[in-house]
Design a protein around this ligand. Structure first.
Ligand code: A3P
Length: 319
């Protein structure tokens, strides 16, 4: 009932208000179960715990922010809907932002009731989240996309500057952002913990229900990984489709060049992301592997490498 959900909201707000807070990345984050999360997103996550009903055929796209979420949304949407839409004719991606086509579970939408919105989506649902795996209440299929941390860091820094706006004019310098990042203080951070949780699940789960992908692998051999992705999602490409070059067409339609050039993704549009209104182009910057060298010194780069080496040691994960 709405009374119960109001009680929940009150309890959640009380809980969140008692958590440690820290300012950075043009926002204030709270620390919950070892992760730094924006309080609005954390409230949504806690509400999902009590009220979200997962379905057996849900597909969840998970990621650290700035690691290729938008790209993965476009790819998974195109792959799972390829019998419904032709690629060059009225394809939804040509007129709608990938962020709009695949909802992020914990990011409040314009509608007042996000849970009702998720509930109303037809099966099979394609959903996205930045939640750490340990904050899921239940899940079936998860695709996780990870990215080289120096590039992810540089991407975050640019993005934080964009969301900074007037309210948050004290944008952190690159050096101080780097210090925060390697302390584990970044949105949904520590970055490495987030990756490690999904990584461990992907290599140990007997159900084989987490697919772990890397941005760099997908950039260097997109077709190969798109084929893996389709198989994992339960909609493998047929031999005929492969012969006809369908995987290549998916890659082309979802490429940075194609998507960033579309009016729908850059012109005059905005996307609401909690209290902030973002330009649609904020999700497309360079789409490059190794761009960190254009922003950081070798010494700064090594700082991230050292922390990652230490934190990932023994896990089998190399980023
Ligand atoms: P850069 O800032 O390095 O360019 P997210 O979608 O998780 O927020 O990640 C954003 C990053 O992915 C940005 O990285 C963005 O440019 C890049 N990106 C967006 N669309 C892409 C695509 N279709 N292919 C490759 N990279 C893409």
């Amino acid at each position: 009932s709405s009374d119960e959900s109001q009680d929940d909201d009150t309890a959640i707000a009380a809980l969140v208000s008692k958590l440690p807070t820290r300012e950075g990345w043009s926002q204030t984050l709270v620390l919950y179960k070892n992760y730094w999360i924006h309080p609005l997103f954390l409230k949504s996550i806690l509400r999902l715990h009590t009220s979200f009903k997962p379905r057996h055929d849900d597909i969840t796209l998970a990621s650290n922010p700035k690691c290729g979420t938008t790209w993965m949304k476009a790819l998974a949407f195109t792959i799972t809907n390829r019998s419904r839409y032709e690629f060059d004719n009225n394809h939804p991606l040509l007129t709608r932002h990938p962020q709009e086509l695949v909802p992020s579970m914990e990011i409040p939408r314009d509608t007042n009731d996000d849970l009702k919105y998720l509930e109303a989506l037809p099966s099979p649902r394609l959903l996205a989240t930045h939640m750490p795996l340990s904050l899921f209440s239940r899940y079936w299929l998860v695709v996780y996309v990870c990215r080289e941390p120096k590039d992810a860091f540089v991407s975050w820094w640019h993005y934080a500057n964009k969301i900074g706006g007037k309210e948050h004019s004290t944008t952190d310098g690159l050096e101080s952002a780097l210090d925060m990042f390697i302390q584990g203080f970044s949105p949904y951070g520590p970055f490495w913990e987030h990756c490690l949780e999904y990584w461990r699940q992907s290599i140990t789960s007997p159900d084989n229900n987490v697919l772990f992908l890397k941005y760099e692998d997908m950039m260097s051999e997109p077709v190969k990984h798109i084929i893996r992705l389709a198989a994992f999602l339960g909609v493998p490409f047929s031999t005929k489709e492969e012969e006809d070059g369908v995987p290549d067409e998916v890659v082309r339609l979802c490429s940075f060049e194609k998507l960033s050039g579309l009016r729908a993704n850059h012109t005059g549009g905005t996307i609401r992301s909690h209290s902030m209104v973002l330009d649609k182009s904020a999700f497309f910057r360079k789409g490059m592997v190794g761009d960190w060298v254009n922003h950081m010194t070798e010494v700064m780069g090594r700082k991230i490498d050292c922390v990652m080496e230490e934190k990932l040691r023994g896990s089998g994960l190399v980023l």
